[in-house]
Design a protein around this ligand. Structure first.
Ligand SMILES: [Mn+2]
Length: 313
């Protein structure tokens, strides 16, 4: 952490990068670190670079800067929340005078000569908060709000396994510096009325297997009738089954031109081998596959029932 602080102290200008298709953590760490540098080293010039904020454009100060080519060879570039070089938004970091990285992903390989990589943190925002706390840097409410947003999104509202006592200590520190949590949650989680209606419709479609695997099956005709695209239905609606008591596995089947899209989730079981058996893949508790027809979907439900009978937790 000391090396990182020296680099920041000694360099001007500073350009902050993060991964492409930014999420709340990428943007939160980018704008949060910028605010911390400006708060503690007034007079420094700090740029942010990368593709547009998209869904997270509501975050304050999330518009990227146009950084001229000739600035890079004079600058310190800081890469945030990125595990591999090809994911870094704006490859001109390669021309930087000095380079460092702050990240919380599992370490794959070194990108910069100075790196602060710690995968015990739920978010890059959490790691930057800890850096600020440990180095005794001043925090302000703009930085705290940005960093808190990233902590909330990357930890799934403090629910994922990665949430730790350390997470809560960092979050507490941020709250002490002026975070309007109501405003953040409203921006992140308010859904429009059409979305709400669709969720209601899909809640009514939930069915159960004999072993309490929850599932929804949407035919081609039903999909067309909703007027929603297949992604909104397949990925978007699997979550309506996620918090039902007594349900540890749930599956969302959606008939499309390409076959029956299947999204599989579990709170307890490793459902990945079943997704793989049907030509899909993903993670232990979240996988997907594309099935040829409804009969195959029903066979998959049988397999999921069998899984709940075994000890394969
Ligand atoms: Mn992250």
């Amino acid at each position: 952490m000391k090396n990182l602080l020296s680099l920041i102290r000694e360099n001007d200008p500073i350009i902050i990068h993060r991964h492409t298709n930014p999420d709340g953590d990428a943007l939160g760490s980018q704008t949060g670190l910028k605010q911390i540098i400006l708060e503690n080293f007034p007079g420094k010039t700090v740029y942010m670079t990368g593709d547009a904020a998209g869904r997270y454009a509501f975050m304050a100060d999330s518009v990227m800067d146009e950084v001229a080519d000739e600035i890079f060879p004079t600058a310190l570039c800081i890469i945030l929340d990125t595990s591999a070089p090809h994911l870094i938004s704006d490859s001109r970091y390669q021309q930087a005078k000095a380079l460092c990285r702050i990240d919380h992903h599992l370490f794959i390989g070194q990108i910069a000569p100075v790196e602060l990589v710690d995968s015990s943190y739920e978010s890059c925002c959490g790691l930057i908060t800890a850096f600020c706390m440990e180095m005794g840097l001043r925090m302000n409410s703009a930085a705290a709000t940005a960093l808190y947003t990233g902590m909330v999104t990357d930890s799934g509202r403090f629910r994922y396994d990665s949430t730790s006592p350390q997470t809560m200590r960092c979050a507490a520190f941020l709250l002490e510096h002026g975070v309007d949590t109501n405003e953040i949650y409203r921006q992140l989680y308010a859904s429009d009325f059409d979305q709400l209606l669709l969720r209601a419709k899909y809640t009514l479609k939930i069915r159960f297997t004999p072993c309490r695997v929850a599932y929804i099956y949407t035919t081609r005709e039903e999909l067309d009738a909703t007027g929603a695209d297949e992604f909104t239905v397949s990925r978007g609606m699997v979550g309506v089954m996620s918090d039902i008591q007594g349900v540890d596995i749930w599956a969302n089947f959606t008939e499309t031109e390409r076959g029956v899209l299947c999204e599989l989730r579990s709170s307890q079981y490793n459902i990945n081998p079943i997704a793989v058996k049907y030509g899909g893949g993903g993670h232990a508790k979240a996988s997907g596959a594309t099935l040829p027809d409804r009969e195959t979907a029903m066979l998959m439900l049988n397999d999921l029932d069998e899984l709940t009978k075994g000890a394969n937790k």
